[in-house]
Design a protein around this ligand. Structure first.
Ligand code: PHB
Length: 390
């Protein structure tokens, strides 16, 4: 009998369609275009792991709105991505686009501009992407940020003659350009730049050519998911015993692939934005969360771009009080600062580009597994290509 008044109250709420009832919440739609199949499918898997963990930890309502995710697989093909983004804008009427790799982010940019919808770039590492639309904001990284730091570190640590092996697409070209510029200014010499096709690469002949050139250092950029095959062929060619130092951006010792690599990678030094062994309570929780929800998957630098992309969207919505027009949201995103599992990050209010700490890391064994141990921190690194344009 005592329950009656409460039940009546609930019935009244339902009848009046109270705004507190979950089923009456307005929704905010986030259209995601990521490479879930095709050549870079492991990238899509990692970024989605980050996105899902963020929602698991922070819930699916924000600023009084229900967050609705609509995921589309671009199959690693930019033309497919463009069509899917068009459908998300026109048919699904999404309020945000969350996108992945460089060619996809570029293909979608004019659509974001036309529709005035924020395009949150969660994977791409190519500087020019953010200049393709005033509605683009990046939560991933640029190859320049990492390549500049490793070039300075190498030159300071006795490296004089380098051969570059670069995956032949836009982020690779930028890694090479920034490394070459900074390394030369620091007194180093680039003997040769070797380009390897992006699709199904066979590094063996290129590694042989690099060895024949007789450098003291090998600078390598391969995208996430190709580090394992590169490391295998590196060892097969006897590079680990050649005295030639392997360096690069963090992609070549990707946390996703490190557990499957051999001890030959011990001691390899890279400049990266994220390490699964980054020491903070937030990262510990992050790594455990990704592992638990994805069958033991180790979190990598791609996943944090998705996690932080969701944070940017949630916080922008809080700042606008749930308003979803693109101009208000972009204004809210500019200058935002927060703690990420990777460390402190912010959005440059002038360029909408991420500013983040870059770490010098060395591959070490912890508890029987290979990890990137952070040995030096360079704080609040801006994209050097944009900085040079000023
Ligand atoms: C990119 O899309 O620019 C990209 C993807 C994966 C990487 C690096 C860059 O590891």
């Amino acid at each position: 009998m005592r329950r009656r008044p409460i039940l009546k109250g609930i019935a009244a709420l339902v009848f009046l369609g109270s705004p507190v009832s979950a089923w009456s919440l307005d929704s905010v739609k986030i259209g995601l275009v990521h490479s879930m199949t095709g050549g870079l499918a492991p990238v899509g898997k990692q970024v989605m792991a980050g996105i899902r963990l963020y929602m698991q930890q922070h819930g699916d309502t924000v600023a009084g709105k229900k967050v609705e995710i609509i995921l589309r697989d671009d199959t690693t093909i930019p033309d497919v991505a463009k069509r899917l983004a068009q459908e998300l804008i026109v048919n699904d009427k999404v309020h945000f686009l969350g996108v992945g790799i460089t060619p996809v982010a570029m293909a979608i940019a004019p659509l974001a501009t036309e529709a005035k919808i924020p395009e949150v770039v969660m994977v791409s590492g190519t500087s020019v992407v953010t200049e393709r639309s005033p509605y683009i904001v990046r939560t991933s990284f640029t190859l320049g940020q990492q390549s500049k730091i490793i070039a300075e570190w190498a030159a300071k640590n006795g490296s004089k003659k380098t051969v570059i092996i670069q995956s032949d697409w836009a982020p690779g070209a930028e890694a090479t350009a920034v490394f070459t510029d900074v390394y030369k200014k620091a007194g180093g010499e680039v003997l040769e730049t070797i380009k390897v096709p992006l699709a199904n690469p066979d590094f063996a002949p290129f590694l042989q050519r690099a060895k024949d050139t007789n450098p003291d250092t090998l600078f390598v950029f391969v995208p996430a998911s190709q580090a394992s095959i590169f490391a295998k062929q590196f060892v097969e060619r006897g590079f680990d015993k050649s005295g030639i130092r392997l360096i690069g951006p963090g992609d070549i010792t990707d946390d996703n692939d490190l557990p499957g690599m051999s001890d030959a990678m011990l001691g390899v030094v890279t400049a990266g934005l994220y390490s699964a062994s980054h020491s903070s309570p937030m990262n510990k929780k992050y790594v455990e969360g990704i592992q638990k929800a994805n069958n033991g998957l180790r979190a990598n630098f791609i996943s944090v771009g998705g996690y932080d992309g969701m944070h940017l969207i949630y916080e922008a919505l809080k700042k606008t009080g749930g308003k979803t027009d693109g101009d208000s949201l972009i204004a809210a995103m500019k200058g935002m600062k927060w703690e990420s599992p990777r460390g402190p990050i912010s959005i440059d209010p002038e360029t909408r580009e991420i500013i983040q700490d870059i770490y010098i890391r060395k591959v070490e064994k912890i508890g029987g597994e290979l990890y990137n141990t952070e040995i030096a921190t360079f704080e609040a690194v801006k994209d050097p290509i944009k900085a040079a344009k000023k």
